[in-house]
Design a protein around this ligand. Structure first.
Ligand code: ADP
Length: 402
């Protein structure tokens, strides 16, 4: 391979990466490797697979990756050993927050970075790690252009009522509005709809991204008109460790009556609630589905109940639906959860095709003139790679070789 583009998704304890390469100018970009460094700060491990899913690397990183910087150093060393002599043409980053101003990905410049730093208070748990990765890459690969791709961009352009948080104007002026997240996943799904489901692609489509984070997006003509995430990624559906929609009075109670600190409430809302909080045992849907424990079953019941309830709400926003799409870890892999959500949404006219559901579709419903249901694997990394390649003009043939 002569040149590659790197996609990074830097979190607090993990660094996910994908490498897209091509044999030379004019060739097609394709996935060459993907992997992650997990356990940053504790017991870091580097794992990588090639484009066909075969293991390339699986090893502990000892003390090397004790922070984000160390993880990127370790990744850079691995990339050098695998891609010796190839040229990095660009680095695309997943950045959680683009604010109200970034309705599209952006080439990283000092001005863009200043914008994104100002958004740290809106996403304090994620944005700093995303920006630190951009700064480290600028140091390690000086001169290599970087692109920031935002989880919020796809939702810009929604009607004013969908973006509103009904608090006083002075509070809203500080940036308190509904932003929506998982946008790169929804953008990917919207981009493949004409190919996978041309008959409904331009219609009213609800996409259910059900992974460890979970949300819904209402699409009309492949554009987001509303989603279940709001100001933060805490709203909406029940998630692995986040509660989803919660009466704000509960949060007041945590502070005023139970005397919890802001840090304790934050940890509870982001790490201890949702499926884990209800079951008291696991945030993993596979574990809960296999368990006979009453709390585990209640967690699954609530997950399905909440998903069906939010589907109803967004179906009302769309004035009915033409299709429902399942994606992400649970949506792509759990026939049982898909079946149960579809059964709870039968009032919309959905009729599941049990056999197609077991083999993951792509179409898993039957009947003409009814909403259809699909399973479509998401690919956020490829969406970031596509943006990076397009914004940096990497598809154009180069005059000289590296
Ligand atoms: P993220 O990228 O947000 O970490 P994923 O989209 O990979 O999350 O989804 C991860 C979740 O998917 C896991 O926590 C697990 O509960 C769920 N999952 C994966 N495979 C299955 C399966 N076969 N059945 C049920 N749930 C599954």
């Amino acid at each position: 391979m002569d040149e590659f583009a790197l996609v990074l998704n830097a979190g607090s304890s993990s660094l996910k990466f994908s490498v897209y390469g091509r044999p030379g100018a004019g060739g097609a970009w394709r996935l060459d490797a993907r992997g992650q460094i997990e356990g940053i700060g504790t017991a870091a491990r580097l794992s990588a697979r090639d484009g066909e899913g075969r293991t390339l690397e699986e090893r502990a990183l000892d003390t090397a990756a004790r922070d984000g910087r160390g993880a990127l150093d370790a990744l850079a060393a691995w990339l050098r050993s695998r891609y010796r002599g190839a040229r990095v043409r660009g680095v695309g980053h997943r950045v959680v927050h683009g604010g109200a101003g970034h309705a599209a990905p952006a080439i990283v410049t000092p001005a863009v970075l200043a914008d994104l730093r100002a958004l740290v208070p809106l996403a304090p748990l994620h944005q700093p790690h995303n920006l630190a990765a951009i700064a480290t890459v600028a140091e390690l690969l000086p001169g290599v252009p970087q692109v920031a791709c935002f989880d919020t961009s796809f939702h810009r352009g929604q009607p004013a009522v969908a973006e509103l948080v009904p608090l006083p104007r002075a509070i809203r002026a500080t940036g308190v509005q509904r932003y929506g997240f998982h946008g790169l996943s929804y953008e990917y799904i919207a981009s493949v709809l004409p190919e996978v489901a041309p008959e409904i692609a331009e219609g009213r489509v609800l996409v259910a991204h059900l992974g460890s984070g979970a949300s819904l997006c209402a699409l009309r003509s492949r554009r987001s008109v509303d989603s279940s995430f709001g100001f933060t990624a805490l709203d909406g559906l029940c998630m692995g460790t986040r509660p989803g929609a919660l009466d704000p009075g509960v949060v007041l109670h945590l502070f005023q009556v139970l005397g919890l600190s802001a840090a304790e409430v934050e940890t509870m809302l982001y790490e201890r609630s949702g499926l884990l909080g209800i079951s008291g045992s696991s945030n993993d849907m596979r574990v809960l589905l296999a368990s006979a424990d009453a709390s585990a079953r209640l967690a699954v019941d609530y997950f399905v109940y909440r998903a069906a309830k939010e589907i109803g709400a967004l179906a009302a926003v769309l004035g009915g639906i033409d299709a429902l799409v399942f994606t992400a870890g649970i949506g792509e892999n759990s026939a049982e959860i898909r079946r149960r959500i579809c059964e709870a949404s039968a009032w919309l006219g959905i009729e599941l095709d049990a056999e197609a559901n077991e083999r993951r579709g792509p179409r898993i419903s039957r009947g003409a003139g009814r909403p259809s249901v699909f399973v479509i694997p998401t690919n956020e990394e490829w969406m970031i790679a596509r943006h990076t390649i397009a914004l940096l003009g990497l598809d154009a043939a180069r005059g000289s070789t590296a």
